[in-house]
Design a protein around this ligand. Structure first.
Ligand SMILES: [Zn+2]
Length: 424
């Protein structure tokens, strides 16, 4: 039976750079003799996504024209939509130049080989320009013109880009490893081909994804259930790459989702999976990236709630929803983003409504509402504070409390306005 799912992004099917079997063995052997370049954790995640088709139609890291087009107007040189530059930085002293073939290495493991087609300088000015284009946000000015005052200290995305090395290299890759993910997350680390096969098997055509990097609380559960009501099914998709210190480790979060599904969902309508990327902390543009790679996983509806992929107080609470209205559309399905946002207003538990509600459904005042946020939950758990009724499900909270009890050092969780509910 033909698949009813949305086509992978870029009109070329799933573009997978991962080699297996004898091809991989031969390439690994060749890689041993190549110049080795150490890569970042972020680049490792990007490579794995290129390997499994999560970044279709990318075949490698971006050249200067694609980098510029993506930063400036969300489009690669050929007009294909892409929201965040996927680049690889190296030190000038490495002397990598166009025409070289190199091995990309992380902690002694060869992750890929790369045919370098381009090496371009990234001056301080270029990096600042990239930060302004990618991280400054559009529309609401949430930090009142203080982006450059606050960003280099407080915005992890800005800090990351400014710390990048002074040359970007581009070119197609052959990916040789999926890292620790297949072994550490069996049944959870799924490739786009695997999620598509699962959706097809269930006969799904209309699939939503819920992006998670925090433990699932009642608002997430509500969002997922709204999607279950109007779609064929939901992919609960957690980031299992690197987060920032103080965040809850992926295995603990994944187990918490299992517990929630077990007790509060119809299992046939939901799939719990993880993807191998690091957070880029790109705010609204990261929301677009979430939708872009979800399309490759077979998803055509991206749940975007309040402060999606928020970074401190840098972005307006609904900026990640609004940005979807401003991206270019060429009219060519092969080039445009086909995974659409499913925009949900601010959700909470309301004692007067006696259930979950949103600003669109609840007429009551702030005092009746239990404001839910992942940051707030982590703070309460870390402080050992009493957790407000209706914040999460008992079974899930018990599992999380167990994790925090096992920690030998207290985790400091910084509260921002976005998480406090002050702006409601
Ligand atoms: Zn209410």
């Amino acid at each position: 039976m033909a698949s009813k799912l949305v086509a992978p992004h870029g009109g070329k099917g799933l573009v997978c750079a991962l080699l297996t079997g004898a091809d991989r063995d031969a390439e690994l052997k060749k890689a041993e003799g190549l110049k080795k370049v150490e890569i970042s954790d972020r680049a490792k995640g990007d490579l794995i996504m290129m390997g499994i088709g999560g970044f279709s139609p990318l075949t490698g890291f971006m050249g200067k024209a694609d980098w510029k087009g993506v930063c400036e107007s969300f489009q690669m040189e050929d007009g294909t939509f892409w929201p965040v530059p996927i680049t690889l930085d190296v030190d000038k002293s490495e002397g990598v130049k166009a025409g070289d073939e190199i091995a990309l290495v992380k902690n002694g493991e060869i992750f890929a080989t790369m045919k370098v087609t381009e090496a371009y300088d990234m001056t301080e000015e270029d990096k600042k320009w990239e930060c302004e284009k990618v991280f400054m946000g559009e529309g609401e000015e949430s930090v009142d013109g203080n982006f450059w005052k606050l960003g280099p200290e407080d915005h992890p995305g800005v800090i990351m880009v400014l710390a990048q090395k002074d040359v970007n290299i581009a070119g197609p890759v052959k990916v040789l490893s999926e890292g620790e993910y297949p072994a550490e997350y069996p049944g959870v680390y799924l490739t786009p081909a695997q999620t598509r096969a699962m959706f097809d098997e269930r006969g799904w055509a209309n699939v939503a994804a819920l992006q998670l990097r925090n433990p699932m609380h009642r608002s997430h559960e509500f969002l997922a259930k709204i999607a279950v009501e109007v779609c064929d099914g939901v992919l609960i998709h957690s980031l299992i790459g690197n987060l920032k210190p103080g965040d809850i480790p992926a295995p603990v979060r994944v187990k918490a989702i299992d517990i929630l599904i077990e007790n509060y969902f119809v299992k046939e309508n939901v799939i719990n999976a993880g993807y191998p990327l690091d957070m880029r902390y790109a705010g609204p543009r990261e929301g677009l990236l979430h939708a872009t790679f979800r399309q490759n996983y077979g998803v055509n509806n991206m749940l975007i709630g309040r402060d999606h992929a928020g970074v401190g107080d840098f972005y307006g609470l609904f900026e990640a929803q609004d940005i979807f209205d401003r991206i270019p559309e060429s009219g060519d399905d092969a080039k445009d983003l086909l995974c659409k946002p499913m925009k949900i207003d601010w959700t909470f538990y309301c004692t007067e409504c006696d259930g979950m509600a949103s600003l669109r459904t609840c007429p009551h005042d702030k005092e009746s509402r239990v404001i839910l946020s992942g940051t707030k939950l982590r703070k309460a758990l870390s402080d050992g504070a009493e957790i407000v009724d209706h914040f999460g499900r008992e079974e899930v909270l018990d599992h999380l409390k167990e994790y925090y009890a096992s920690l030998t050092e207290k985790v400091e969780v910084k509260m921002q306005n976005a998480a406090s509910g002050d702006s409601m």
